[in-house]
Write a protein that binds this ligand. Structure first.
Ligand SMILES: Cc1cc2nc3c(=O)[nH]c(=O)nc-3n(C[C@H](O)[C@H](O)[C@H](O)COP(=O)(O)OP(=O)(O)OC[C@H]3O[C@@H](n4cnc5c(N)ncnc54)[C@H](O)[C@@H]3O)c2cc1C
Length: 468
């Protein structure tokens, strides 16, 4: 009880010290906006920080960090709040919340964008597309640029132009001791190396400078949906398509139960189905011709192929992945897709191999420009992986938490024999071994020494942590 009271008092004192010069908002548990400010994307997360410091500028970040450290308070950092583990908030901690720092400035002449660390993908996509440009970002536009980039950043442009972090040219970072560093290709290069894949461990990044590339305004995409009985054919086709695809095309497959709202013939509703999807970010007509590949695999139950604006593509999944729903997921990298892995993928952890399930499985192709960057050139791990597997579920009743998580774990365990490594940004609370697995031993050792240099006291530990 005393410890809780001490923390609350320390947070009050910190807020009192900060208030005269702080440009943002300081939100304490008794403030009307507190419940809104502590909410993150995953509806399972219900944590009560001692103070939420919504910063407006780098000086606010420096001050909040200093005030929290002086009182021994734990520090969490919030970009877009999308970590599946809810790492942006912790009980009794101070959250340095960057959501008030959302500026995006594009220079079409140099093809560079300067992006403040509280920006969401939507604003970067919108501002860059005004000039026919974009940088690799993710599939759901309300995700935070900061967490996504600092862990890698995979999206539809990654096979052509690399991960988001590969396009990061420099970053401003508030370090644990309160100094402000600019990591770039000529200064603090080691820090830039670490920011590209393990970035939440070394400081609070306050802004990013990205290199941009021409794309759109139109791109081509197509999805076909098949009965589960055709699933093995579809997945074998994915294996071949992954090998044949040019850098401008990304393929993905998924297995899920069709609900009543799915745009499928009524007789498919309530049954497991398999989808095959492509996105082509190059010539639109060339992309549309990939529709033929969808039909060649098997007879689709339904199919949509067409041009779409890059901006519509980027926010097309926003509703399905909306805020506030209870979520859990697990992921693995796959380096190949043998028939046994296909069987396990389609079975979704059900040993009978068929039945319904409230969890989904997806496989997305990697490779292309991602794999042409050297494995040790950045902190990102497993650039040679061919697919990323993800199993996910969403629900609203807390009483289903254990069942849903259990199903996901069983499915992920069934896929584990075919996998090696994991994408750090899709890790939940899975322990140090899985963080190591995200990087591999050689890189992990280098990351530990970088951590010793930049954050020897592990001030930044509410993340996928690399202990100094
Ligand atoms: C709906 C959804 C879709 C996704 N789609 C993709 C995708 O297409 N591609 C992809 O690669 N990933 C994707 N992800 C994973 C995503 O990259 C991670 O969840 C990422 O951590 C989210 O970043 P955030 O800033 O929104 O999250 P937060 O929860 O705010 O932060 C995540 C981690 O980064 C740290 N952090 C955040 N900002 C900073 C900062 N400025 N400085 C230092 N540390 C910071 C936090 O402390 C925390 O540890 C998706 C996630 C969700 C929920």
């Amino acid at each position: 009880m005393d410890a809780i009271a001490d923390t609350a008092q320390a947070a009050l004192d910190a807020a009192r010290e900060l208030r005269p010069a702080f440009r943002g908002d300081l939100v304490l548990p008794h403030d009307p906006d507190y419940d809104n400010a502590r909410r993150v994307w995953n509806g399972c997360i219900d944590r009560r920080p001692a103070l939420i410091a919504r910063c407006r500028r780098t000086e606010d970040v420096v001050a909040a960090l200093g005030a929290a450290r002086a009182r021994g308070l734990e520090i969490a950092v919030r970009g877009g709040g999308h970590s599946i583990a809810g790492l942006a908030v912790a009980d009794k901690a101070v959250t340095i919340d960057l959501s008030g720092m959302g500026g995006v400035r594009v220079d079409p002449g140099t093809r560079r964008a300067s992006v403040q660390a509280g920006s969401l993908l939507a604003s970067v996509d919108r501002e860059t597309q005004r000039h026919g440009l974009a940088v690799t970002s993710g599939f759901v536009s309300h995700t935070g640029v900061a967490g996504l980039t600092l862990g890698g950043g995979f999206g539809w442009m990654a096979r052509k132009h690399g991960l988001a972090c590969d396009n990061l040219r420099s970053a401003e970072v508030v370090l644990a001791d309160g100094t402000v560093a600019t990591a770039g290709e000529t200064r603090d290069r080691d820090l830039l190396w670490g920011l590209r894949g393990a970035g939440s461990n070394f400081g609070v990044t306050t802004s990013f400078e990205f290199e941009l590339h021409p794309v759109g305004p139109m791109v081509a995409t197509g999805t076909a949906c098949y009965a589960l009985d055709d699933g093995a054919k579809v997945l074998r086709a994915l294996r071949e398509l992954a090998d044949d695809a040019g850098d401008e095309t990304t393929w993905a497959a998924s297995v899920w139960d069709a609900d009543q709202d799915a745009p499928l013939p009524a007789e498919s509703h309530g049954k497991p189905v398999v989808t095959l999807t492509f996105v082509h970010v190059g010539d639109v007509d060339e992309g549309l011709r990939l529709g033929r590949r969808l039909r060649a695999v098997a007879s689709p139950l339904a199919e949509t192929v067409g041009p779409v604006t890059y901006l519509d593509l980027q926010c097309g999944n926003d509703g399905a992945w909306r805020h506030g729903v209870r979520r859990y997921w697990k992921s693995h990298y796959l380096w190949d897709l043998p028939d046994a892995a296909i069987e396990a993928f389609l079975a979704r952890g059900n040993s009978a191999g068929k039945g319904n399930s409230p969890i989904t499985g997806s496989l997305q192709t990697r490779g292309g420009a991602i794999s042409r960057v050297g494995e040790q050139a950045t902190a990102v791990g497993h650039r040679g992986a061919k697919f990323e597997f993800l199993t996910a579920s969403n629900w609203t009743d807390a009483g289903e938490d254990d069942t849903r998580r259990g199903l996901i774990r069983t499915y992920a365990d069934a896929m584990a024999p075919y996998s090696r490594g994991v994408y750090v940004n899709n890790l939940g609370t899975e322990g140090e071994d899985r963080v190591r697995a995200a990087y591999g031993e050689e890189k992990f050792t280098r990351l530990v020494s970088l951590k010793r240099r930049y954050d020897p006291e592990n001030v930044f530990h509410l993340n996928q942590n690399i202990r100094p």
